[in-house]
Design a protein around this ligand. Structure first.
Ligand SMILES: C[S@@+](CC[C@H](N)C(=O)[O-])C[C@H]1O[C@@H](n2cnc3c(N)ncnc32)[C@H](O)[C@@H]1O
Ligand code: FES
Length: 450
């Protein structure tokens, strides 16, 4: 049985910098060209394309293999792709100038490569050399820090379409020598291009990292720069068992935080609304609603739904601006309050608690869910949206890491597991308690008031 007429494999095995491999010879560009070309020649439902690992023929890469014929192509360039698609995949005529059919030589090369690789691993092990993955984990912060510094200094806006390091240094009011060092690293990370000493933004950095583009994420990523400062206190937090950072939540901090929350929420809101199917819901309470992105998504999905956002005093003016921009000020109202202490109101059909419970201790969450129960109408539902850990608490990794994010940033917050959420909901009186899995590390816990 063949579900596709052809199955094409492109080797995309990454190797350490400086080691020849298919990606260093351009295999990712070949893969993209192949996908583009199949689409434009109307063949993408007949030809399946997959990436594959090293075949031991790295010096002859990029390697492309087509099945069912078993034709191996070597040294394939982006420009060769239209011919492979039209001649081979459309008309069945192999592109002989690229075909590599010396089976014995190929096998010998692959065997030599494998033996060499095994010998290298053995020698490294015997010499007690730190394995690459351990090295990467401990030094991973360097690339991240360079990118965050570039965002803080707004380097990507300053670089634009083509600028020398000296001009960038002038624009960002920084030291020319240090600026050049930073720009070189950004170019090595492929966040900038460098040609003849002139730096320019890549398409992705101009779109997402510079100010002024429609999809700019710079302001929300500045929140990550703030988190970096907190994370540098992790060792002391682990000793103390709680946050030790003393920085106050100033305007800069809150603006970047809410921009980051807004970006995350907009990515997930569609899936959350779909999972809840809120057609009968008229009154919603959005606890700690942040930018209002979820209320906005629910209001857009259900024409007669109104939502009320309860949040802290420094966030409500920002929420009002997001709501005004969405044109929903008439249906989404806001209220300053503390969800753990102030009255929540009553008779809501839906109370959304999105990205909230991780800020609080188990006792505070129990108390919050009890207060939520009383604020719902009969048959009303509470929806908790958050990272949900597996019972082992080591997966998903993003949720486990987020626990530390709460250790460095809160008094007693953490990511929690499904059994923990279920126990709190049941103790608060909720029935029909269930988990809804969403794509990614976060999910929903839902309960219904009797
Ligand atoms: C992580 S954000 C989540 C925002 C939004 N629910 C979302 O999912 O995008 C947490 C929000 O809760 C608010 N918050 C924190 N503690 C609160 C409290 N005690 N009472 C009300 N709001 C609070 C914060 O100001 C912030 O807007
Ligand atoms: S990296 Fe592609 S064959 Fe080795």
């Amino acid at each position: 049985m063949e579900p596709f007429r052809h199955h094409v494999f492109v080797c995309t095995q990454e190797k350490p910098e400086g080691v020849t491999c298919c990606p260093s010879s351009g295999s990712w560009r070949v893969l993209q060209a192949l996908q583009r070309e199949l689409g434009s020649q109307g063949l993408d439902s007949e030809v399946q394309v997959s990436t594959c690992g090293c075949l031991g023929l790295c010096d002859e890469g990029p390697i492309v293999i087509t099945y069912p014929e078993g034709v191996w192509y070597r040294k394939v360039k982006e420009d060769d792709v239209p011919e492979i698609v039209s001649s081979h995949l459309r008309s069945g005529k192999v592109v002989s100038r690229l075909e590599w059919s010396e089976a014995a030589a190929m096998k010998a090369m692959a065997t030599e490569h494998r033996d060499h690789y095994r010998a290298m691993l053995k020698a490294k092990d015997e010499a007690g050399i730190l394995p690459d993955d351990l090295y990467e984990i401990t030094r991973g912060f360097m690339a991240s820090r360079a990118a965050l510094t570039a965002l803080e200094l707004d380097v990507f806006t300053a670089v634009g379409k083509g600028t020398s390091a000296e001009q960038v240094a002038q624009k960002i009011h920084a030291n020319p020598r240090a600026t050049e060092m930073l720009l070189n690293v950004l170019a090595s990370l492929k966040l900038l291009d460098k040609r003849d000493g002139i730096f320019s933004s890549t398409a992705a950095s101009a779109r997402f990292l510079a100010e002024g583009s429609r999809d700019s994420a710079r302001r929300s990523l500045l929140h990550t720069a703030h988190l970096w400062q907190r994370w540098s206190t992790l060792t002391d937090c682990v000793r103390a068992g709680t946050r030790v950072e003393t920085r106050v939540r100033d305007e800069d901090w809150v603006t970047a935080f809410i921009a980051a929350m807004d970006r995350n929420a907009k990515e997930r809101a569609g899936a959350v609304v779909k999972a809840i199917a809120p057609s009968g819901i008229k009154r919603m309470l959005d606890l700690g609603g942040g930018s209002g992105a979820y209320s906005i998504a629910f209001a857009r999905a259900v024409p007669d739904l109104t939502s009320e956002i309860l949040d802290l005093g420094d966030v409500i003016p920002l929420a009002q601006e997001y709501i005004r921009q969405a044109g929903l000020a008439g249906r989404i109202s806001t209220r300053v309050g503390d969800m753990l202490r102030d009255p929540l109101g009553e008779n809501y059909d839906l109370i959304l608690i999105s990205a909230i419970c991780h800020m609080f201790s188990p006792e505070e969450n129990q108390q919050l869910l009890q207060r939520t129960y009383s604020a719902l109408a009969p048959k009303g539902q509470v929806v908790v949206q958050d990272f949900i850990l597996e019972p082992s608490k080591i997966a998903p990794r993003a949720a486990a890491l987020f626990s530390l994010n709460m250790l460095v940033g809160t008094q007693a917050g953490s990511s929690y597991s499904e059994p923990e959420y279920a126990a709190w909901l049941q103790k608060a009186g909720f029935s029909d308690v269930r988990r809804v899995r969403l794509p990614g590390p976060s999910g929903l816990m839902i309960g219904v008031r009797a």
